[in-house]
Design a protein around this ligand. Sequence first.
Ligand code: PBG
Length: 318
Amino acid sequence: MSTFPATRLRRLRRTDALRALVRETALSLDDVVMPFFACPGEGVVRPVEGLPAIAQRSVDELVLAAGALASAGVRAVLLFGIPEEKDAEGSGAWNDDGVVQRALRALRAEVPGLTLLTDVCLCEYTDHGHCGVLDGDTVANDETLELLVRTAVSHVEAGADAVCPSDMMDGRVGAIRAVLPETPIVSYAAKYASAFYGPFREVAESAPSFGDRRGYQMDPANGREALRECALDLAEGADVLMVKPALPYLDVLRAVRERFDCPIWAYQVSGEYAMLRAAAAAGHLDERGAALEALTAIKRAGAGTIVTYWARDLATWL
Ligand code: PBG
């Protein structure tokens, strides 16, 4: 082992060019996905306080924003929907004329180069805000599977390139795979019951009306269990494994990266975005610097691709 003064690690930090030559991790627009929230109506851009610069958009507005995003170099979006009406089953999720389905058809036609991913879950569509149908006070796993399958199929029929089940029911990947043999499945495999989803639930109007999601999403205290979730989803036919949230779970991301050879993604969630935005707005830190550092850390830990609300800004920053 060489030591000082023979070894001086500062030698390679002298210039921008030298630093770039030895940099281990790089952010690329190829590796980010931008979330979008489709809502009913026309000409609607409804911002939410907790998620600055992100908004609910009617399909026409969403097409404009996605077109601009694609022109700026971002290649993929993840679609969520806020339906006209909610019910106990979440039937708006698989409605052929639902917001996400209409957004998919419009985007297919108007922004042909863009890759369209959809979040497959019921929480935005159920009147109780849980991610599946209820049996008393608990979410009924097996009864929910059938509804998730219907939702995934309707997304694919409307033009989705890939589906992303985020509900955390056991067996959902296998159920979807059985009817969609050709569709890429990006599984939210290690998805935690996190406090960092707060601003998302504001924009997606999906906060549970009672209780919480700890009966189906993972306990933040568990790392090894994430590997079991991932192994099951891969065995059921998932193509991509996602870890969510990202920054507070870099250890999980690294462990998943080391264990599995498939693409590993991370979701830098709404709370991660909102807290840096709020600190920047208050003048306590530089948004660009902090966002780029957080995104780089997520890549360094093992994410190949990151779902991030900064995808649009990244197109300007890089
Ligand atoms: C749907 C879903 C959620 C998020 C993505 N898909 C919310 C939740 O599980 O309550 C959160 C994303 C974010 O916070 O940015 N189940």
